[in-house]
Design a protein around this ligand. Structure first.
Ligand code: G4P
Length: 194
């Protein structure tokens, strides 16, 4: 999606250590118009699907899920990363390994919020190694729900995530696919194919 590539070029900052800083529009300050544009594009792409819920993982996925849910006219649902007293004891859980934090954590969704009648669209801000999204896929499948598609705002296509998720045969739509980026020159190349 050209609008996302343009936004990244204009307002993103490439840091050393393979990190794209997008706090001006995605990770801290939120460009709601941009998120809505992305959600509308997903709605058009998945218009044949009867989606019942937009599902993500806290924290950065929530804003994307909320706006996408508004556009699709369905609820947004997010997996929690920490056990909490508010979370029903009966919950679907999955383990996720974080490469950046070098440790595993558990994601959980209350069993009463997801079932085999749901057809869900999964969203997240970044696809890097794909462990978080893979955990979410497993959790949703454990609930017996169907996954109609995956929407990603920014995919770092040179990392393992895309390959990891392709094994599940779920359609993936990334608003921007980064082929390469270089902090020293602040240059960034995108993949054109969706
Ligand atoms: P992955 O399995 O989600 O791809 O995980 P990885 O361990 O590689 O990434 C860990 C966290 O860092 C994830 O957020 C992911 O979204 C984020 N991330 C990965 N690459 C970049 C990047 O280039 N720029 C930015 N800004 N973030 C990146 P998280 O820890 O789950 O955080 P949050 O959702 O609580 O904010």
């Amino acid at each position: 999606m050209e609008f996302m590539e343009t936004k990244i070029k204009n307002e993103g900052q490439i840091l050393e250590g393979n990190v794209l800083l997008v706090d001006k529009f995605l990770n801290q300050q939120l460009d709601i118009e941009l998120l809505e544009q992305m959600a509308l594009a997903w709605k058009e792409k998945f218009k044949g699907e009867k989606i019942t819920k937009i599902v993500t993982i806290e924290a950065s996925g929530i804003a994307i899920a909320a706006i996408t849910a508004k556009v699709f006219g369905v609820p947004a649902l997010f997996a929690k990363k920490k056990a909490s007293l508010n979370l029903d004891a009966k919950s679907y859980k999955a383990e996720v390994y974080s490469f950046t934090k070098k440790q595993s954590y558990t994601i959980a969704i209350s069993q009463k919020l997801l079932n085999e009648n749901d057809r869900v669209f999964l969203v997240d801000d970044f696809l890097a190694n794909g462990c978080a999204m893979e955990g979410l896929i497993k959790l949703v499948q454990e609930a017996g729900a169907t996954i109609a598609g995956i929407g990603i705002a920014i995919e770092k296509s040179y990392q393992e995530g895309r390959k990891r998720l392709e094994e599940y045969n779920i359609p993936i739509s990334s608003a921007a696919r980064i082929q390469s980026m270089d902090a020293s020159t602040q240059s960034i190349e995108f993949l054109n194919e969706e």
